[in-house]
Every structure is written in C-alpha cells, then in structure tokens.
Design a protein around this ligand. Structure first.
Ligand SMILES: *[C@@H]1O[C@H](CO)[C@@H](O)[C@H](O)[C@H]1NC(C)=O
Ligand SMILES: *[C@@H]1O[C@H](CO)[C@@H](O)[C@H](O)[C@H]1NC(C)=O
Length: 349
C-alpha cells in the first residue's frame, strides 16, 4: 500500500498544476500516466487483444488514477482512509459494480433462528482480533466469480470450528458454489441459505479435498463432511448485538461496498454509502473490532485478494449509531453466525 501511495505522489505533483496548464505540462502528465499504465500492466500481467481495447482501457485507467489522486488529496490526516491503484485499475466503476457487487436479496426462505441474546455482553474487551487467536485463515481471491458469499460462510465456520475444536481448517467455498441449491454459483448467492445447506448436508468439505476453481462446477457426490455446524442464528440488527457476538466469534454480514474499488487502507467512514439505507452488495466476515486515534472500527475480511485494502482487510467505522441507524454501510443490518457444540463439554458457543 505504501508503495502505491508513493508511485501516485509522482502523478499528484503533475495534477496539482491547474488552470494555467501549459501544453508541456499536459504532455508530461499524459506520458507519466502512460508510464504508470505500462508499469501497472506489467505488475498485473495485463495484456490487451488489440490497440483499440488498450486505448479504451488506458482512458479508464487514467480516469481512475486521477480520481484516486483527487480523493487522496482531500485527506486531512493520515488516519483517514486512502485509495490506491490495484488490480481493478482498468475497470470503470460501472464495470466493477457489475462484476463484483451484487444486490443482496432478502428475505431468505429458510429456517433461521433469531439470536435472542442471553449471552454475557457486559464488560466486553476494548478490542478483539480473531486473527491473533489463530481463528482466521488467509485472505482469498474470489477471482472472476461472485463467490464472496461462499467465502464469508466458510470463514465463519472456520472461526467457530477453531474456537470450539482448536483446529483451523480451511473449508471449501467451491462446494458452496457448486452445491448450495439456493445459490447461483459464480453469479452470486445467499449466505444465510448457504449456512442452511451446510447444516442440512451434515457438514462441509475442506479446501484441500474440494479446492476453489473460481468457476461454476458440478456438485461432487463424494465430498467429506470435515466440519459440521448445528444452527444459524441471525442478529437483531443492532450494533450492540453485533459487537457482543464478534467478541465471541467471527460473524458473517453484508455491506454496501460502494466506493471500495480502490480502498487501500485506513478507517472507511462510508463516504459513498447512504446513511438510512439497508442496501448491501458484498458479503464479508467480521473478524474483530478496535480503535485507532479515537476512531472505532470493525475488522472486515474480504475475498478480493491480499493486495486489496489492508492486506485484504477493510477497517470499517463503527460506534456512530446516532448517524447510521443500520451501521456504516448497513453493516449491522444482516449479520448471522453459525453455532457449534463443543463435543467435549456440550456447551454451545
Ligand atoms: C454460473 O451458474 C449460474 C446459474 O447457476 C449462472 O447464472 C451463471 O451465469 C453461471 N456463470 C458462469 C460464469 O457460467
Ligand atoms: C463509543 O464511543 C464512546 C464515545 O466516544 C465511547 O465512550 C464508547 O466506549 C464507545 N463504544 C464502544 C463499544 O466502543
């Protein structure tokens, strides 16, 4: 992330020249953007079939670079979130939305129970990070397949399984893509239903046995149920309930991911989300919470690879419920989590 910010600074110094821009400056700007484009293409192994496509992609890239610089130029403190070039550099925001975001539909036609509380939520720790407890597997890259919902579900089950059994096992998102009858595979899916599939199926296979292919496939008949869960509980939409549950285990939820194409780090305050909307478009996994410089945030695991955001993670602002009835980018609105009994003590988590 630091590296990209530095590369971009070079371009910023050119775009800073405004009204009285000489043709020399314009040429400099153009050629520095061209050089950046070449460098970017090399870094991401991007090649284009013909010069017309390349010219089109350069135009989009140029617009993106200027937007990134403009937004970064408005940052008032280093704590504010920043943008950076990444593998999505030659996609227009419209293309990005079409390929990576999905309107999350509800309600789900399946049995699900509402978390009625009963947990002890007093004196929660000031911060929680399930990565430090070894309950979170490495960030994955969904590729050109809208399987974010499947990675959120496997992540939540990986977490509860580690907490209950002590074993961290990477689970098969591909199995959910292939087998969950309520999903559309790489065209998107519904995370609550996917939990329902795992419950009904008696468990889910490991990534090692049933690896991710980033494309639609046929459900394998002979998969192993390596990890099972007992139930899915849905939270009541309040931040208190979400905070309490995240203190106990990683939780699946969906967010409005508008504005995150070039997110490169820092606490995102939902600048592109609408405050009174429950609209969500990306299913993610909350693996903790914390605070920095007086700002409270959620630690959000995404499935766009480790190069996006903070090593694949998003820090999303929290504790602003007065302004955001459903949480920043509707993060509180549709959260749910799997339960699993501890086989040795039989107390459910
Ligand atoms: C994957 O399957 C779904 C239907 O289950 C379909 O809508 C979608 O277009 C398929 N995607 C690809 C890339 O074939
Ligand atoms: C929310 O913010 C208030 C005021 O800044 C602080 O006192 C409180 O501890 C925060 N709550 C959580 C759950 O972090």
């Amino acid at each position: 992330m630091m590296k990209l910010f530095v590369v971009l600074l070079v371009v910023v110094s050119f775009t800073g020249v405004s009204s009285a821009m000489l043709s020399d400056d314009l040429e400099n700007l153009y050629s520095s953007e061209e050089r950046l484009f070449e460098k970017w293409q090399k870094e991401y192994g991007r090649e284009y079939g013909n010069p017309m496509e390349k010219a089109k992609r350069f135009k989009i890239f140029q617009r993106n670079v200027r937007y990134i610089n403009e937004m970064n130029g408005k940052r008032k403190s280093p704590l504010e979130y920043g943008l950076g070039l990444n593998k999505f550099g030659d996609m227009s925001p419209e293309e990005f939305e079409k390929e990576y975001l999905q309107k999350i539909e509800r309600p789900w036609k399946m049995m699900k129970d509402v978390d009625v509380g009963g947990d002890s939520c007093e004196n929660l720790p000031a911060s929680v990070d399930w990565r430090e407890e070894g309950a979170v597997t490495p960030v994955r890259d969904q590729g050109e397949c809208q399987s974010h919902w499947a990675f959120s579900v496997t992540g939540a089950i990986e977490g509860v399984n580690k907490i209950v059994s002590g074993n961290l096992i990477t689970l098969s998102a591909q199995q959910l893509v292939d087998c969950d009858p309520a999903s559309k595979g790489c065209a998107g899916g519904y995370y609550f239903n996917a939990f329902g599939y795992v419950i009904k199926n008696g468990g889910i296979d490991s990534e090692a046995n049933y690896p991710y292919l980033a494309q639609n496939g046929t459900c394998k008949e002979n998969s192993n149920n390596v990890v099972s869960i007992d139930n899915l509980l849905v939270l009541d939409g309040s931040e208190d309930a979400l905070l309490c549950r995240v203190s106990k285990q990683p939780v699946s939820t969906s967010i409005d991911a508008t504005g995150l194409q070039f997110y490169a780090g820092g606490v995102y305050g939902g600048e592109k989300c609408s405050k009174d909307s429950k609209y969500t478009s990306l299913v993610v996994l909350i693996v903790g919470y914390g605070s920095v410089g007086g700002e409270d945030y959620w630690i959000v695991k995404n499935s766009w690879g480790k190069e996006w955001g903070e090593k694949g993670y998003l820090l999303l602002k929290r504790n602003v419920t007065n302004e955001w009835p459903y949480g920043v980018c509707a993060v509180n609105a549709l959260a749910g989590y799997p339960t699993k009994k501890d086989s040795s003590s039989s107390s459910p988590i």
